[in-house]
Design a binder for this molecule. Structure first.
Ligand code: SF4
Length: 379
């Protein structure tokens, strides 16, 4: 599988926990951004024509891609199409949106351009917690946009996903589980939930240091396990540590990441993986703009050429994230690496891991012990 990721870095306001390449820029910058992104695409596609001609998925992520005015999204899609990305032929085209930019016209426009999957950043339905993390939306706006999106998607047979975050400052177990239940009750086909990670440079990190809030760190396992159980009740099965779907509604684009498929990322901070080399474009908008203007020189990409040890680490780590788990025969065939049998048995005996044929996969409490299991298996 081959995927393309298109980063749109704009947000109306930067959330207090944000660690993405995002900026609250005036609308007049959006046009310049589309020009630069198309310039980057043109230069980079030249070097991987075969890859572009065999794309399967596209993902507009951010930032907030749904903020792009219709005219600019149209220009972006048209420009990429003329460079060889035939959106209407792709298996999956996803667009991330935030509750403050999910109007019917945004949805209609995106759908007419080939988008067939929408991913909505809800994070929580609790107004107090939204405020604690500096989100701009209200819980009511989250509910309203989710309703609108679900209704639109049902009529047009599109797919919808929504994100929640847990371990928010001031969050209780009951509050998170009520978020999960409320979301699942809408009949949604895909949910992602993540424990909050606080980047040391974020506004939230400063608030925490000053003692304004505390994080419910001791509730991690209860929140995670409780959320999994509720989603299961509603037919949403875990297919990756943070992702849950009804059968057939899994995100193909993200599955490609975990299966170590190739992808190309466009935009500031966007990552790519091609031919065992991971690269990242300049993270800051101004650095990225200068880089594009200088012709996107390869030598200025952050590069990580994976040696055997890193490939093995990635294989183990990415495979165990998924419910399919890790195929020991494949690991042996691809990397000539065997995980010592006594290590596997020790996790299986404690019911953190299960084995079926040559496959091992996390079970029960093992999902919240993933880091320790992976660490133990690394060469
Ligand atoms: S919406 Fe997402 S990308 Fe934008 S500021 Fe908030 S966390 Fe960052």
């Amino acid at each position: 599988m081959n995927g393309i990721y298109i980063h749109v870095p704009f947000c109306v306001k930067i959330c207090d926990y944000c660690d993405f390449s995002a900026l609250a820029a005036p609308v007049r910058m959006y046009g310049e951004y589309v020009d630069l992104l198309l310039q980057e695409a043109k230069l980079r596609f030249e070097k991987c024509k075969k890859f572009i001609s065999s794309l399967n998925t596209a993902y507009f992520g951010g930032g907030t891609p749904s903020l792009l005015p219709e005219k600019e999204l149209l220009r972006l899609v048209d420009g990429l199409t003329s460079l060889g990305v035939h959106f209407e032929q792709l298996k999956e085209v996803s667009l991330e949106c935030n509750p403050d930019s999910v109007s019917l016209s945004v949805l209609e426009n995106a759908a007419s351009l080939g988008v067939n999957r929408f991913s909505l950043g809800i994070q929580t339905f609790d107004d107090r917690l939204l405020k604690n993390i500096g989100r701009r939306q209200t819980a009511a706006l989250g509910r309203e946009s989710l309703f609108r999106l679900n209704e639109f998607a049902q009529k047009r047979c599109f797919r919808v996903s929504a994100d929640l975050i847990f371990q928010l400052p001031g969050q209780t177990l009951e509050s998170f589980l009520s978020d999960v239940r409320e979301l699942a009750k809408t009949g949604i086909g895909h949910v992602s939930f993540y424990g909050l990670t606080v980047s040391p440079n974020s506004v939230l990190a400063t608030h925490l240091k000053r003692g304004l809030f505390t994080l419910p760190e001791d509730l991690y396992a209860d929140m995670y396990d409780g959320g999994v159980e509720i989603l299961k009740e509603f037919g949403l099965e875990r297919y990756e540590v943070s992702n849950f779907a009804r059968k057939g509604e899994e995100s193909l684009h993200n599955l490609n990441y975990w299966k170590r498929g190739e992808y190309l990322g466009l935009g500031p901070g966007a990552h790519s993986f091609q031919g065992n080399v991971r690269t990242a474009a300049p993270y800051r908008y101004s650095d990225w703009r200068n880089w594009v203007k200088r012709g996107c020189p390869d030598e200025d990409l952050l590069k990580d050429i994976l040696g055997r040890k890193e490939r093995i680490e990635e294989f183990i780590w990415l495979s165990l994230r998924t419910s399919n788990g890790l195929d020991l025969t494949e690991l042996l065939k691809k990397e000539s690496f065997l995980i010592p049998e006594n290590k596997i048995c020790s996790w299986v005996d404690r019911n953190f891991l299960a084995r079926e044929g040559s496959r091992i996969f996390l079970v029960g409490q093992g999902w919240t012990m993933m880091d320790a299991v992976v660490e133990d298996f690394l060469p």
